[in-house]
Design a protein around this ligand. Structure first.
Ligand SMILES: Nc1ncnc2c1ncn2[C@@H]1O[C@H](COP(=O)(O)OP(=O)(O)O)[C@@H](O)[C@H]1O
Ligand SMILES: [Mg+2]
Length: 532
């Protein structure tokens, strides 16, 4: 086919700013409709609040409020505010932190909830688009003597903050933290179940936090802190050589102060010392005294390839990960779900593609948990509850009763069962399945760890179920015998004519209890009474 040369090209080329890109693709960051927007805004602000507290060793106190009827003739507009007692934000960083996309203090190797520099800004952007209102931020850092107040908007074309108002006040108390308020168009009725579920799950994973929430109908729910134990705050670490790619290597070269290749390798990576750096340099045959900034693209490619293939590194460190630990998981499950049994397990760090990760799991059974045909699965990544896309998550594939990897019969669980399973993955590189970041992909190493961890807690549940069943059987047996005591005691009292009925029957009762050591007299009486 011949294309006519008279069709002139009218293509117009230009580039987008980060703000304009996300403005056009709001659903990527979870702002796909008015219901999701409320949920996502609460989530982003609460996660920032928790990062500003527990990652810095502060017991969180988080206040969340959603108000309606805040704009005349706009019943669909809500005011969302979140307050924390965290480290606060220095005033010079506040405009960019809230009104310039891809600006963050969390672009380091250290586990936090946020890591993309996007969350707060997406909420601000969505609010700005749907209501035309700016975001309001009040903040004070720990040692500051002033409190700062800003009203900010985003210049979408330029991806820059517009400061509409700035003020500061002398601090009369020792308050520190941040308050963020923003107006957004939303659909509270549809968002409501998700927001409540999100807060409940946050309270389970962070039982050391006090969270108070007021909804648009003025209903207040208070998740009171149930433990003062906190996860160890994450420490920033250097990248592990096996997880490095060419771009990261180039960035490290740009920013390093090392003067030689050898010094660079030792200084910028974890797990490389004298000996390892010597073997790597020998393998790539580059002069160890070379200035790293003088390396050519080919040389960098060769070094990165060698680092990725070198099999003798120590596994990545896990100091930058902040797992909960068994006590905190159990406290969270007990406090919110009121089960009769809980168990928890934290696995040792593992690695996939050079990234360290830790899996932990908890199990809760009985008590206030309603029986159901499937386990209730609580999924978390870096302490963030994952509420959507459950059925495509690798964990669901493992625990699902009909075709899942785990056969629950082995663990004495009979459906319908009152069973809750909690799975938490910590990593600076969570293998999410899609851009929505709501489910975990089937990475074999991760899948194996999750399965082993769930099996660990399931085994504890099994022992509990067996123990409990045995106790019930013992009570039943004891009751079976005790039932005859009145008749026997009456007969004996008549025949012997010596001891009274009371003496004989209590003697026989003691004999029975001696045989069934785990049975309490109350159990027996209760059961006898319930039989009668
Ligand atoms: N409540 C808060 N307390 C302290 N710092 C905050 C708070 N909210 C936001 N920030 C700062 O603003 C930055 C940007 O936040 P955000 O857009 O949500 O991206 P991310 O959380 O991924 O870094 C954070 O990295 C943090 O430094
Ligand atoms: Mg964030």
């Amino acid at each position: 086919m011949i294309v006519s040369s008279s069709i002139a090209s009218n293509e117009k080329f230009r580039s987008l700013s980060a703000a304009e890109f996300f403005y056009r693709n709001k659903e990527i960051a979870g702002f796909s409709n008015p219901a999701r927007a409320i949920y996502q805004t609460v989530r982003e602000l609460v996660e920032n609040a928790l990062d500003a507290t527990d990652s810095h060793g502060i017991l969180p106190v988080i206040k969340v409020a959603i108000e309606s009827d805040v704009m005349p003739e706009r019943p669909d507009v809500y005011l969302i505010s979140v307050e924390d007692n965290g480290i606060g934000i220095p005033p010079d960083n506040i405009p960019q932190a809230f009104a310039q996309l891809l600006y963050s203090s969390k672009y380091v190797l250290r586990q936090t909830r946020g890591m993309f520099g996007l969350g707060a800004k997406m909420a601000v952007l969505y609010g700005q688009l749907t209501t035309g209102k700016p975001v309001e931020v009040v903040s004070s850092t720990i040692n500051s003597s002033r409190i700062y107040f800003f009203k900010l908007a985003i210049d979408v074309k330029e991806n820059k903050p517009i400061v509409l108002h700035r003020a500061s006040f002398k601090k009369e108390s020792d308050w520190h933290g941040t308050i963020v308020k923003l107006f957004i168009e939303g659909d509270w009725n549809r968002a409501k179940p998700k927001v409540y579920e999100y807060l409940k799950r946050t309270a389970i994973i962070a039982p050391y936090a006090s969270i108070i929430f007021k909804d648009p109908s003025n209903n207040v729910i208070y998740f009171e802190r149930s433990t003062t134990l906190m996860p160890r705050p994450p420490r920033e670490v250097k990248p592990h050589p096996q997880g490095v790619d060419i771009e990261l290597f180039k960035m490290l070269v740009q920013s390093t102060t090392a003067k030689t290749l050898k010094e660079f390798l030792i200084k910028e990576f974890q797990g490389i010392g004298e000996v390892t750096s010597n073997s790597i340099i020998e393998m790539v045959r580059i002069d160890p005294a070379r200035d790293p900034k003088s390396l050519s693209n080919e040389e960098i490619e060769l070094i990165v390839k060698t680092l990725r293939e070198y099999n003798n590194f120590k596994p990545p460190r896990a100091d930058h990960l902040s797992y909960l630990g068994e006590e905190i998981i159990k406290a969270g499950l007990k406090n919110i779900l009121k089960p009769e049994f809980v168990a928890a397990k934290t696995r040792k760090p593992s690695v996939y593609e050079g990234h360290a990760f830790i899996v932990e799991a908890g199990i809760a059974y009985g008590g206030d948990i309603p029986p159901s045909e499937e386990p209730i699965l609580l999924r978390f990544a870096n302490k963030i509850p994952l509420l959507y896309d459950e059925s495509s998550d690798v964990t669901w594939k493992i625990v699902e009763p009909k075709s899942g990897t785990i056969n629950w019969d082995v663990y004495e669980v009979k459906w319908p069962a009152p069973l809750v399973i909690l799975v938490h993955i910590c990593s600076t590189k969570i293998p999410y399945k899609g851009v929505g970041k709501e489910s975990i992909a089937d990475v074999p190493e991760v899948e194996k760890e999750i399965e082993s961890c769930v099996r660990d807690v399931a085994r504890e549940l099994k022992s509990y179920i067996i123990r409990k069943r045995r106790e019930v059987e013992e009570v039943e047996k004891a009751v079976e015998i005790v039932k005859y005591i009145p008749d026997i005691a009456t007969s004996l009292a008549v025949i012997t004519n010596e001891a009274s009925y009371d003496v004989i029957s209590s003697g026989l009762m003691n004999l029975v209890l001696k045989k069934f050591k785990n049975v309490k007299i109350r159990d027996v009486k209760d059961v006898v009474l319930s039989v009668e």
